[in-house]
Design a protein around this ligand. Structure first.
Ligand code: SF4
Ligand code: SF4
Length: 382
């Protein structure tokens, strides 16, 4: 196996609230040492661990931080994130400059999307705190053990985004002269009160805001006004319509979502949708595609960490109905990709776990899932 991956040499994801550095977003994180960073300006992307990992890759050796995100999946014959970098020019320098930075300012988010977790959304965190872990087959689901432990160790004060790390991060951005692309992600970045400071610091770069649009119309208006004169585009997370959308993206109504997309369109910003393909998304994606594909790009995002919600965890009738319904779209890359994803036999434990999960997720939010196909619900044991 060739262990090299160019993402290691150009990309960094920073979680300000938890002070975690991911090189890249799929890699196992390290927690930043603020004293060290303060004394070593310009080295946010060149910590000792990152430099060692890059040396290992250049020697064609496995580095531990990429094991979970890519190597392990590939060993199992599964697709991995690094496939998208396979044709990149090799970067031979461990000290190569950072070109692509993703920043999660905080996990504040009003939504609890079904395949999200407390690592990313404060609403998810509150759900677990209030109601306990989800139980699948009687066993608690441990969502991101490393993160949960770190979170528990942090005091409320140190979770604030007006922290020492935030100030150091602004300094590091200023020093990163090779930086070209900056992505703001959440939680919900549009909720964040420090957004204006970051936007000011990244003026002149290509800026992408990843959002679930779980904010008020007024707040969105304010942010759109803030982005005037900047090169800002929006990546909006969504994949289905109507009631199914409101289940999967719980916390925002379908009507409000459509209006907010309209506000961004009217403001003239480029929009791309990121559609995360789960088993439930497969049921409603064709409607979403028909509604928006003529106006905007739609990128399919694979789901990796929730085995019971993987696209192939569907009953045979749902799969056949999907295949029949998209007869005229089989050759489109998006649908070809989904056909590939569903073409795998689900394990029995994932089938029953899906039923367990759907039941608990819905009852904690007092929502009804009766609108889902009866054959799918029966297959899941509901
Ligand atoms: S191998 Fe995977 S986890 Fe590691 S840097 Fe590349 S894409 Fe990221
Ligand atoms: S909008 Fe994003 S952060 Fe919030 S719950 Fe959904 S996926 Fe998670």
């Amino acid at each position: 196996m060739d262990y090299y991956c160019s993402a290691k040499f150009k990309e960094l994801q920073v979680h300000v609230q938890s002070r975690l550095l991911y090189n890249c977003c799929k890699a196992y994180p390290e927690r930043v040492d603020l004293d060290w960073l303060e004394a070593n300006p310009g080295r946010l992307f060149h910590t000792d661990t990152m430099l060692q990992d890059r040396e290992l890759m250049l020697d064609n050796k496995s580095c531990a931080s990429c094991h979970h995100g890519c190597y392990k999946l590939e060993e199992q014959g599964l697709p991995s994130a690094r496939r998208q970098y396979i044709n990149d020019t090799k970067i031979p320098d461990p000290q190569a400059p950072l070109t692509t930075l993703q920043i999660s300012l905080s996990t504040d988010c009003n939504l609890t999307c079904m395949y999200c977790s407390p690592e990313w959304s404060s609403s998810w965190h509150r759900d677990i705190e209030k109601n306990g872990e989800y139980l699948l087959n009687g066993t608690p689901v441990k969502q991101k053990n490393n993160w949960s432990t770190l979170w528990a160790m942090m005091t409320q004060k140190s979770r604030g985004v007006d922290s020492r790390f935030f100030k150091l991060l602004l300094r590091e951005i200023k020093l990163a002269t090779g930086l070209q692309n900056v992505t703001l992600l959440g939680g919900e970045p549009l909720l964040n009160n420090q957004l204006d400071q970051v936007l000011e610091m990244v003026h002149g770069k290509k800026i992408t805001i990843i959002t679930g649009l779980g904010i008020s119309h007024g707040r969105l208006r304010k942010v759109l006004d803030m982005t005037k004169g900047l090169d800002v585009n929006f990546s909006i997370s969504a994949e289905t319509t109507g009631t199914l959308f409101e289940l999967i993206r719980h916390g925002v109504t379908w009507g409000d979502f459509q209006q907010r997309v309209g506000m961004i369109e009217d403001n003239g910003n480029e929009i791309k949708f990121i559609s995360t393909m789960s088993n439930l998304s497969v049921l409603g994606f064709p409607d979403f595609y028909d509604l928006y594909s003529s106006r905007h790009k739609i990128a399919i995002n694979g789901l990796q960490e929730i085995p019971w919600m993987m696209p192939h965890v569907l009953d045979p009738r749902s799969k056949n109905e999907f295949i029949d319904r998209i007869q005229d779209k089989h050759n489109l890359p998006e649908f070809n990709n989904i056909l590939h994803m569903i073409n795998k036999t689900p394990e029995d434990k994932d089938r029953t776990n899906m039923g367990d999960y759907l039941k608990q997720f819905s009852s904690r939010r007092s929502i009804n899932f009766d609108f889902l196909p009866a054959h799918f619900l029966k297959w899941c044991g509901l």
